[in-house]
Design a binder for this molecule. Structure first.
Ligand code: GAR
Length: 205
């Protein structure tokens, strides 16, 4: 199950991985925006594409309750947030604890939230990247699964940095989904991530 809000290039990377024989099948794609291009990507590949617009909902709890019902109708083993640009309620996050992943365009814990590439440049960082993590109630704060780290070039602007980071997102996110689908990746009862039974301590690619 993949949740999106926009272009869906990470969704496309998942679809491509599935078509190459990855051990998962995308049950459906849900977008909170009807104009998300990712919906078109899903349809092209025969994947059910659902829209649940947040417009008209009185609050996050009401929206998240309906989102939960929609997701649970597909009974997914894993929920992937792929550019799903909504803050989720603790109740929603708790329901999918240990089986919901997110990809974020920074080297978490640095630069949570928005405009990560511009902020990394403004902060004078020499390295930047992307992170896959289990989702917890803390925004962009859950246990790290894998990160891709790249050097920032001297002449780099936010646009070129975003494009380069996105390319690595497309590598690490399907890897993490693959691990999970094989039963290799799990969130321990201690709240820490494990790969092949060992604590994941150095999540850099
Ligand atoms: C990606 O860069 C993803 O990391 C980011 O949104 C983009 C979605 O692109 N997610 C976040 O910022 C979440 N905090 P895509 O729709 O082409 O996959």
């Amino acid at each position: 199950m993949v949740l999106i809000s926009g272009s869906g290039s990470n969704l496309q990377a998942m679809i491509d991985a599935q078509n190459r024989g990855a051990p998962f099948r995308i049950a459906a794609v849900i977008s909170n925006r009807a104009d998300a291009f990712g919906l078109e990507r899903a349809r092209r590949h025969g994947i059910p594409a659902e829209v649940l617009s947040h417009a008209g909902y009185p609050d996050r709890d009401a929206y998240d309750a309906d989102l939960r019902a929609l997701i649970d109708g597909y009974a997914p083993g894993l929920v992937l947030l792929a550019g799903f640009m909504r803050i989720l309620t603790p109740g929603f996050v708790g329901r999918y604890q240990g089986r919901m992943l997110n990809i974020h365009p920074s080297l978490l814990p640095k630069f949570r939230g928005l405009h990560t590439h511009r902020r990394a440049l403004e902060a004078g960082e020499t390295e930047h990247g992307a992170s896959v993590h289990f989702v917890t109630a803390e925004l962009d704060g859950g246990p790290l699964v894998i990160q891709a780290r790249i050097s920032i070039r001297p002449d780099e602007d936010a646009e070129s940095l975003a494009a380069r980071v996105l390319g690595y997102e497309h590598i690490i996110y399907p890897m993490a989904a693959d691990w999970f689908a094989q039963g290799r990746l799990r969130l321990g009862e201690d709240g820490l991530p494990y790969l092949d039974g060992s604590r994941l301590e150095s999540p850099y690619l």
